[in-house]
Design a protein around this ligand. Structure first.
Ligand SMILES: C/C(=C\Cc1cc(O)c2ccccc2c1O)CCC[C@H](C)CCC[C@H](C)CCCC(C)C
Ligand SMILES: C[S@@+](CC[C@H](N)C(=O)[O-])C[C@H]1O[C@@H](n2cnc3c(N)ncnc32)[C@H](O)[C@@H]1O
Length: 235
């Protein structure tokens, strides 16, 4: 399967928006929330800072950031899926009324971020790097908008080195995830995960790409038995 266009990706996420959160909770047995909190611990957002959550989707990471930087700081979620941004704003309005003032939702393309140079004290990017059409451009834009010395944490799928775990991950994606999605007429959308993972750079390659983008430090940590990974960057 060739790499989908930006429009294809945008349409995938607009279409899965209604089931996105529920599927993530169900299919990862809620573990994805732990993985997101692990990513946050690696970049240490502080009260009063201004942070950017790239490819924010339904806003899980943006909300976690806002809880850390509130009440005087800001967490800005940027995404090009109108449908997921609408869900993010609704969830925040309904469940996080006290930190609404520390949350901003911005429609935009992370390959051309609508923010000035050196704007943010830090950034997160959860399950987005694998979905962008130009990873080097995304890392370059991420670095551009970070202040000097700022940190970023990039969480995404990872291919386990252990062959048994690889087999389990492939089985799970092909025989658990896709058949469940099929029951909600979302087969093609979820069948996209496996090929996107197959062409995704592994940890060491991500570190090389981050260094090439100009980050002063880049470290990749495999988690969840190697099925997920967190790339921690510093400008
Ligand atoms: C939050 C997660 C995935 C987000 C996500 C990323 C994408 O690129 C997608 C592309 C197309 C459709 C949907 C998504 C998408 O939801 C991770 C958790 C959800 C995963 C779908 C579940 C896969 C989990 C591991 C492969 C195995 C977990 C083992 C389990 C804990 C026993
Ligand atoms: C798998 S979702 C991740 C959402 C959220 N970060 C999370 O952890 O659940 C991937 C998100 O990346 C967004 N995305 C992909 N390419 C993008 C781009 N070039 N610019 C902005 N958003 C993009 C999609 O619209 C989608 O919301």
């Amino acid at each position: 399967m060739s790499q989908p266009s930006e429009t294809d990706v945008q349409q995938i996420f607009d279409r899965i928006a209604p089931v996105y959160d529920r599927f993530n909770d169900l299919l990862s047995l809620g573990q994805h929330r732990i993985w997101k909190k692990m990513a946050l611990r690696w970049c240490e957002p502080k009260q009063g800072e201004t942070w950017l959550d790239l490819c924010c989707g339904s806003g899980d990471m943006t909300a976690l950031l806002a809880q850390k930087v509130a009440p005087t700081g800001q967490a800005i979620g940027v995404d090009f899926s109108k449908e997921l941004l609408a869900i993010a704003a609704d969830k925040a309005r309904n469940y996080l009324p006290k930190i609404q003032k520390s949350l901003t939702w911005q429609e935009g393309n992370v390959l051309s971020l609508p923010f000035g140079d050196n704007s943010f004290d830090g950034a997160t990017l959860a399950y987005g790097l694998r979905n962008v059409n130009n990873i080097p451009q995304c890392l370059s834009e991420l670095r551009r908008v970070l202040k000097n010395g700022a940190k970023a944490a990039i969480l995404d799928f990872h291919r386990p080195s252990d062959l048994l775990m690889q087999a389990f991950q492939n089985f799970y994606l092909d025989r658990i995830v896709v058949p469940l999605a099929d029951r909600f007429a979302m087969t093609a959308e979820y069948a996209y995960i496996a090929p996107s993972l197959a062409r995704f750079p592994i940890g060491a390659e991500q570190v090389k790409l981050a260094k090439a983008a100009g980050f002063s430090s880049a470290t990749h940590y495999a988690i969840a038995n190697g099925m997920m990974g967190i790339l921690v960057l510093q400008k």
